[in-house]
Design a protein around this ligand. Structure first.
Ligand SMILES: NC(=O)c1ccc[n+]([C@@H]2O[C@H](COP(=O)([O-])OP(=O)(O)OC[C@H]3O[C@@H](n4cnc5c(N)ncnc54)[C@H](OP(=O)(O)O)[C@@H]3O)[C@@H](O)[C@H]2O)c1
Length: 234
C-alpha cells in the first residue's frame, strides 16, 4: 500500500522535482517548508503541472513530519543538522527518512563541484545520528539532477539506495521506481552514502564542463539487482 510521502525542504528544485514525479505516479505528497504559505504555494504549482488528480499539499516542516512516517529530506547541507534537531520531536517513531543531502562545498562558500568532509562520513550518516531512535535513515537520490526531475523527459538514471535497515531500503527502492525509467539498486550499508554523495560533485563538474544534466547508470549487474517498474508517469 502507498504511504504518504512528506518532502522536508520540498520547495527547492530537488524536492519539488521528486514531488512532481511522485504526484504524476499517483502518490500522495506533502511539501514541507519552514513556512506553511510557501509550502502551499509550491504544492499548488506542482498540482497544476501534475494534473487534476494530483494529491499534493503543503505544510510547515514539523506538521509534515507529524503527518506521515515516510519522509524525504531535500535541504542544503548547511541547514541539515539544525533542521533535524528542530524537527526531532515531530518525527514519528518508526519513520523512514530518505536523505538526498549532498555536503557540497557551496555550504562553506566553495565550489559545487567539490564536497566538504563530514565527521560522520557522509551527510546521510550525520542525519542518522540526529533522528530519534528507531527512525531509519536511507540515502538516495543524490545523483538525480533536479533539472531532469522538473522536466518532462523520462529520468534516465539509476538510484543507489544505502541504509543499515533492509526494510527501509526496500521502501526507498519502491518509491524510487515510481519515477518512470529510474532503476533502484541496493547500495548496501548507509556508510556507502559517502561514495554516492561524492559522485554528485563529479556530476556537477561534468554538467558544467559539458553543459548537460548527467546522471549515472550502473551496468553489468544481474537482472535481479535492478528494481524497476513499468509505471508511466506522463
Ligand atoms: N538540485 C539538485 O539537482 C540536487 C540533486 C540531488 C541532490 N540534491 C541535494 O538535495 C538538497 C536540496 O537541493 P536543492 O537544490 O533543492 O536545494 P535548495 O533549493 O537550496 O533548498 C531546498 C529547500 O530547503 C530549504 N532550506 C534552505 N536553507 C535551509 C536551511 N538553512 N534550513 C532549513 N531549510 C532550508 C528551503 O525551503 P524553505 O525555505 O521553503 O524552508 C529550500 O527551498 C541539497 O542537499 C542538494 O545537495 C540536489
Amino acid at each position: 500500500m502507498s504511504r504518504v510521502i512528506a518532502i522536508i525542504g520540498g520547495t527547492g528544485p530537488a524536492g519539488a522535482g521528486l514531488a512532481l514525479r511522485w504526484a504524476r505516479a499517483g502518490e500522495t505528497v506533502i511539501i514541507g517548508s519552514r513556512d506553511a504559505a510557501r509550502a502551499e504555494q509550491a504544492a499548488e504549482t506542482i498540482r497544476k503541472r501534475a494534473g487534476a488528480n494530483a494529491q499534493v499539499s503543503g505544510m510547515e516542516n514539523s506538521a509534515a513530519c507529524a503527518a506521515t512516517d515516510l519522509l524525504a529530506l531535500t535541504v542544503p547541507f548547511e541547514g541539515q543538522a539544525a533542521l533535524l534537531k528542530q524537527l526531532k520531536p515531530a518525527i514519528r517513531a518508526g519513520s523512514v527518512l530518505i536523505d538526498a543531502t549532498v555536503p557540497l562545498a557551496t555550504s562553506v562558500g566553495g565550489r559545487a563541484s567539490r564536497t566538504i568532509g563530514v565527521w560522520q562520513g557522509s551527510a546521510a550518516q550525520q542525519a542518522a545520528e540526529l533522528v530519534p531512535k528507531g527512525v531509519s535513515v536511507v540515502a538516495a537520490f543524490q545523483n538525480v539532477s533536479a533539472e531532469v526531475l522538473n522536466g518532462d523527459e523520462d529520468v534516465d538514471c539509476d538510484v543507489i539506495v544505502c541504509s543499515d535497515d533492509p526494510d527501509a531500503t526496500q521502501v526507498a527502492m519502491e518509491i524510487a521506481v515510481k519515477i518512470a525509467h529510474v532503476r533502484a539498486i541496493d547500495g548496501g550499508r548507509l556508510e556507502n552514502a559517502r561514495i554516492v554523495e561524492q559522485i554528485t560533485a563529479l556530476l556537477i563538474g561534468l554538467n558544467i564542463r559539458h553543459k548537460g544534466h548527467g546522471g549515472i547508470r550502473i551496468t553489468g549487474l544481474p537482472d535481479g539487482a535492478y528494481k524497476r517498474t513499468g509505471v508511466v508517469t506522463r
